[in-house]
Design a protein around this ligand. Structure first.
Ligand code: SF4
Length: 581
C-alpha cells in the first residue's frame, strides 16, 4: 500500500483537533465558505483570512509571478479541454467560464439533470450550508449514474514505474482505467484532498454514484504531462495510520471550518502564529512576524514541528531555549538538526549575531580561474539571464579573457526560443573558460549559491532547446553538475555556519561585508522589474528595469565572490564559534 508522504505539507498541519469521520461529512457554520485549499493551508492563515479585525493588518505584497502562473495554468487547462472535447463530440458539455457563480452553478445543475456525459468547468453548489465552495475542471458521468470529479493540475503526478491506475486522456472514465505498466503515482496530497472536497460537494448535491457502486468514490487527475488520467480511490488507506483520503479530508476540513468560524464570529482564536515553511510566501508574514517577536516565540529560531514540540515541553521562548544546556539530554526528539545547534541559534539571535561558525574551519575550493554564476528565471516560464563574474586569482596570461562581469540574456518574454540562444552563448563561454584552464594546466572552479535553481535550468534549457546551435547534450550538462569544480556555496554555508536569520545569500553576504547597490534588490522585486523590463503587461519594455536587473545580477555574483573570499580569509576567525556562545 502506498502511504502518502506529506513533504512540507506536514509543516502546515499545526495540531488541529481530531474531528470528523468518514461517512459523516462535517457541517460548517453559515457564512463561512471554504475551498479545498484550506485543508493544506496554515491554520493561522485560515484564521486571519476570516478575522474581520485583521483587515487592516500588514501584509506582504503579492507574489509577482503568481499572475503568470495563473495564466499558464489556465492555458494548460484550455489545451486539455480542447483535446478531450475533440475526441468526445456530443458527450461534451461546457459550463460558461464567466458570469455570476449562482448562474454557473445553475448551468452545471442543468447539465447534470440532462445526463451530460462530460461537464467541463463545473461549479458545485453548497448544499446544506456545509461551508464548502468549489469547482472542478471536469465532471464525468459513470455507468449507473452519478458523477466523479477529474481535476487538471500543472505539476507532475506520476513517476517512471508501474501500478498507477490510468485511463487514456481522451477516455476519462474510471471504467476505462487499468494498472499502468509505465507509471507509478507521485504523492500529491493536495490533489487528493481537493478530490475529497469535490466528492463531498457532489455527494451533498446528490450527484455522486451510490456509495457501493464501483468507482463511486474515485477521482481523477490530469497532470503536467497531460498524457493520461490518473485515478484515485478516495477510500483507500493511503494516509498515515492507514486513514483514507476521505477520512483525512473530513478531519482537516472540519477543523478549518471551526478555525474560520471562530475567527469570523470573534470567538477565541483556535490557531496561533508559529513559523513554518509556508511563512516564506504567506501574505500575512509581516503580521505574524511582529506577533512572534513580541512574545519572543521559540519558532523564530526553530520552525515547524520542533517548535510545537518545544512548546509542549514548556520551552516557549527564544530566551528559554538559549538558557538550556547543550550538553544535557535534549528535551525533544528533533531529527535533522542537532539540539545543540538550536540552542546556539537561540543564543546567536539574542546577541544579534546573524552567523556563527559551527566548526573552526572548512575548506572552500579555490582555483587559478574562478567564475561566479547566477541565473535569473521568471517563475516556471524560463531562465532569461545567466550572469558570470570572471576572476584569475592565479594570475592572468596574455590570451586570457579580461576579468569582470558578463551577462547572457534574452529580453523576449519567456518562454521564448531566444532563451536557447542566450543559454547556448553562456554555456559556450563557460566551457571555453574551463577548457582554456585545462589547456594551460591551471585549475578552474565555478560557484553558485543554491545549485538547485541553476541545475534545474541548466538541464531544462538543454532539454528544451536541444538541436539549437551551441546547446549542449544533456550528458555534458550532467557531467558538469557532477564535477567537483561546480561548487554550491549554499551547501558550504549550511555545513559551516549556523544562521540566525536564514541562509539566503541576502542574509549571509552582509556578514562578509557585502552590500547590494539597490536597496530593493530581492527575488520577488526582480520578478516585478522583469515584467516591466520585457513589457509583459502590455506597456513598452522598460530599459531602466533591464539595467536594474543586470545590476542586481552583477551584485549577486559579486556577493558569492565576496562570500567565498571571506570564508577563506583570516577575517573568518572573527566569527564566533557556536561552542563559545
Ligand atoms: S505567516 Fe506563517 S504563521 Fe502566519 S499565517 Fe502565514 S503561514 Fe501561518
Amino acid at each position: 500500500m502506498a502511504v502518502i508522504t506529506l513533504g512540507n505539507v506536514t509543516a502546515i498541519e499545526n495540531r488541529p483537533s481530531p474531528v470528523g469521520s468518514i461517512g459523516q461529512p462535517p457541517t460548517g457554520a453559515a457564512g463561512v465558505l471554504l475551498d479545498a485549499a484550506v485543508t493544506t493551508r496554515c491554520r493561522r492563515r485560515v484564521h486571519l483570512d476570516h478575522d474581520p479585525t485583521a483587515i487592516g493588518s500588514p501584509r506582504a505584497l503579492p507574489d509577482p509571478s503568481l499572475e503568470q502562473r495563473r495564466e499558464d495554468a489556465a492555458a494548460h487547462r484550455a489545451r486539455i479541454g480542447e483535446r478531450i472535447a475533440a475526441a468526445n463530440g456530443a458527450a461534451w458539455h461546457v459550463v460558461p467560464a464567466t458570469g455570476p457563480t449562482r448562474e454557473r452553478i445553475a448551468a452545471t445543475a442543468a447539465a447534470v439533470d440532462a445526463g451530460a456525459q462530460l461537464i467541463w468547468g463545473a461549479v458545485l453548489p453548497d448544499i446544506g450550508s456545509s461551508g464548502r465552495r468549489g469547482g472542478v475542471e471536469l465532471l464525468v458521468r459513470v455507468s449507473g449514474g452519478g458523477y466523479v470529479p477529474v481535476i487538471v493540475v500543472r505539476h507532475r503526478i506520476t513517476d517512471p514505474g508501474s501500478g498507477a491506475l490510468t485511463s487514456p486522456l481522451v477516455e476519462p472514465w474510471p471504467r476505462r482505467a487499468g494498472a499502468d505498466p509505465q507509471r507509478k503515482v507521485r504523492s500529491q496530497p493536495r490533489d487528493l484532498l481537493r478530490l475529497a472536497h469535490l466528492n463531498r460537494m457532489l455527494r451533498a448535491a446528490g450527484w455522486t454514484p451510490v456509495p457501493e457502486q464501483l468507482h463511486g468514490d474515485h477521482g481523477g487527475v490530469i497532470g503536467m504531462d497531460a498524457d493520461v488520467v490518473v485515478w484515485h480511490d478516495l477510500r483507500a488507506g493511503h494516509w498515515p495510520g492507514a486513514r483514507s483520503t476521505l477520512a483525512e479530508y473530513d478531519s482537516r476540513f472540519a477543523d478549518r471550518v471551526a478555525v474560520a468560524t471562530a475567527a469570523a464570529t470573534g470567538a477565541p482564536a483556535m490557531a496561533a502564529p508559529s513559523r513554518i515553511t509556508e511563512c516564506r510566501h504567506c501574505p500575512w508574514w509581516p503580521t505574524c512576524e511582529a506577533e512572534l517577536e513580541r512574545v519572543d516565540d521559540v519558532s523564530l529560531v526553530v520552525r515547524g514541528e520542533p517548535a510545537v514540540a518545544l512548546r509542549d515541553v514548556g520551552v516557549q521562548t527564544v530566551a528559554h531555549l538559549a538558557a538550556l544546556d547543550p550538553a544535557a539530554e535534549p528535551p525533544i526528539a528533533a531529527p535533522g538538526a542537532p539540539f545543540a545547534d538550536m540552542i546556539a541559534l537561540a543564543r546567536a539571535r539574542q546577541r544579534g549575531l546573524s552567523v556563527v561558525r559551527r566548526v573552526p574551519r572548512m575548506p572552500v575550493l579555490r582555483a587559478d580561474i574562478e567564475v561566479d554564476v547566477d541565473m535569473e528565471s521568471f517563475g516556471e516560464s524560463g531562465a532569461y539571464l545567466w550572469g558570470v563574474l570572471l576572476r584569475h586569482p592565479g594570475g592572468t596570461r596574455p590570451d586570457d579573457e579580461p576579468d569582470g562581469y558578463r551577462a547572457f540574456a534574452t529580453w523576449e518574454p519567456v518562454p521564448t526560443e531566444d532563451e536557447g540562444r542566450s543559454f547556448a552563448e553562456f554555456w559556450s563561454w563557460l566551457t571555453g573558460i574551463r577548457d582554456a584552464a585545462a589547456a594551460t594546466g591551471r585549475s578552474f572552479a565555478a560557484y553558485c549559491y543554491n545549485e538547485q535553481a541553476e541545475n534545474r535550468w541548466l538541464l531544462a534549457s538543454a532539454r528544451r532547446f536541444v538541436g539549437l546551435p551551441g546547446v549542449p547534450p544533456i550528458a555534458d550538462v550532467e557531467a558538469f553538475i557532477a564535477d567537483p569544480c561546480w561548487v554550491d556555496l549554499f551547501a558550504v554555508v549550511s555545513d559551516w555556519f549556523l544562521c540566525a536569520h536564514g541562509k539566503g545569500l541576502k542574509r549571509i553576504a552582509p556578514a562578509a561585508g557585502f552590500a547590494w547597490r539597490d536597496p530593493e534588490a530581492g527575488g520577488e522585486n526582480s520578478m516585478r522589474w522583469y515584467r516591466d523590463a520585457v513589457g509583459m503587461d502590455g506597456a513598452a519594455p522598460d530599459e531602466h528595469q533591464r539595467r536594474r536587473l543586470l545590476e542586481y545580477n552583477a551584485d549577486d555574483v559579486a556577493a558569492t565572490r565576496a562570500l567565498r573570499e571571506w570564508m577563506t580569509s583570516p577575517a573568518i576567525d572573527e566569527v564566533p564559534l557556536a561552542a563559545e556562545l
